[in-house]
Design a protein. Sequence first.
Length: 159
Amino acid sequence: MNIEITSFVGRVELVQRKAIITILKRAVRDLRLPGQGELSLVFVSAKEINRLNKLHRKHNCATTNLSFSSLDIVINKPLAKQLSKIKSKDLELHYGEIFLCPSEIVKYAKQSDLSCLHALVYLTLHSFLHLVGYKHTTSKDEKKMNSVMNKILDQKYVI
């Protein structure tokens, strides 16, 4: 998978890049998604994520992460099942864009008693699952999404 990481709020450290790439590649593998896909991650300020949140979700506040899928998917039907009818090994997808706000992730990490790196990995995976069709609008959906997240995160994880 080709992962483009852009930051408008300073440098993304190598350890952060490695952790993000590791968890996303693991998700692609475990969800049996095409590995030739592309994904954009953009680090932005609290002001910018607030603007995006207000524009796209009608919430006037900063948030840790926003995801915008480029895929035409059926909500909560795993993407791998939707792609199973396509036999091409050359299938390449642009999964979409994930916007992350470092200052909000730091706050989230403190509230959740996580390291900033673990919070970043968790929220990146959470956003990616949204891109490929997982939602948490109902209790059943939330349990399914959390189950998938936990399976991916519970593997031997070295950062």
